[in-house]
Design a protein around this ligand. Structure first.
Ligand code: UDP
Length: 327
């Protein structure tokens, strides 16, 4: 298939493209490189530099090849940033995303795999979260992801689109060639790995007073290659006539911030400097997935099991790329 990947130069998107190419699909990447990297785009993919809100760039991407389906990852994805700039999140994640849908329609493309998030759920719901758990985002980022899912539902109801929304939990780790390199990094694991190398000041532990086993927040960490592979399965599922739906992608294991720190110390063999800090606004105490539906519907199962394996791949990539991507 010819697959348009928006955000294909980003951390998750570039690994999605890697898996698409490995499965012998053809990938056209549309990315404005605002947070992605040109060097992260696999050489066999065709890169159009531009935004999903820009008609000219979208036109170029849709005309590069006859597109069979779209994997839409281009978005703003910082919880803390979304608290400070909700309008920006609305603009990029909802308004520009809707423009992408309109452009798909204009080109007769119906199938879409959307990169959604665990942030759509009500964190006071019992864990693990299933796709039918109550939805109530804790922050504007999650709200925009949910709004876009609702738009997909509406358009699917009138037959204009067919979709799978993949609700990622905490994506981490690296492939051999591609890893996490955000400008102005805010994610726990890359920060801890850099602190372990002595390349960063002590990492703040945001909140030690959560109602969890050690007082720090609990998340479900899933390997980026496993997440990427689910996208390849999802486009096949849609092409085979699969139903419109949302699917969780997680490992089903809750790990606290302190447990992540201990695991990073084990894997790197170094001490990680940390400092207590207040809770980060918008952060829920715990998010743990049930991914039974993805296993059943897509035949998916994570291959990189356990946090230590995830960390070993992330550490390996960081040691090989101490400065991250060149461009
Ligand atoms: N976290 C932290 N210190 C940091 C960054 C993150 O304690 O410098 C915590 C954060 O509060 C959350 C968890 O680590 O409970 C994972 O955060 P991350 O930003 O990696 O992903 P999120 O869960 O926000 O998508």
């Amino acid at each position: 298939m010819n697959v348009l990947v928006t955000g294909g130069a980003g951390y998750i998107g570039s690994v999605v493209v890697e898996e698409l190419v490995r499965a012998r699909h053809s990938a056209i990447v549309l990315d404005d490189l605002s947070s992605g990297h040109r060097d992260a785009v696999p050489p066999l993919a065709y890169l159009v530099k531009g935004s999903i809100g820009d008609p000219e760039s979208l036109g170029q991407a849709f005309q590069a090849k006859s597109i069979d389906c779209v994997i839409h990852l281009a978005a703003k994805s910082g919880v803390a940033e979304s608290m400070a700039r909700p309008d920006l999140y609305e603009q990029v994640n909802v308004t520009q995303g809707t423009f992408l849908l309109d452009t798909m329609r204009a080109h007769g493309v119906t199938d879409l795999v959307f990169s959604s998030s665990a942030a759509v759920y009500d964190p006071s719901a019992p864990m693990p979260l299933t796709e039918s758990s109550p939805l109530r985002p804790s922050n504007p980022y999650g709200e925009t992801k949910l709004r876009f899912e609702r738009i997909l539902e509406e358009r699917a109801a009138t037959g204009g689109i067919r979709y799978v929304a993949l609700r990622y939990f905490n994506v981490a780790g690296a492939s051999i060639d591609r890893g996490e390199d955000h400008r102005g990094e805010t994610h726990l694991i890359p920060l801890l790995l850099d602190a372990a190398r002595g390349a960063r000041e002590p990492v703040p532990i945001y909140g030690s007073d959560y109602p969890t086993r050690d007082g720090t927040a609990i998340r479900d960490y899933i390997h980026v290659v496993d997440v990427a592979e689910a996208h390849v399965r999802a486009i096949r599922y849609l092409a085979d006539g699969g139903e419109n739906r949302a699917l969780n992608l997680g490992a089903g294991q809750g790990v606290s911030v302190r447990e992540v720190i201990a695991a990073v110390e084990t894997v790197t063999g170094r001490r990680v400097p940390t400092v207590p800090a207040p809770r980060r606004q918008g952060d829920p105490p715990a998010l743990i997935a049930s991914s039974d539906a993805a296993r059943r519907v897509l035949g998916w199962s994570p291959q990189f099991e356990g946090l230590n394996v995830i960390l070993e791949t992330a550490w390996g990539w960081r040691v090989r790329h101490p400065e991250g991507y060149k461009e």
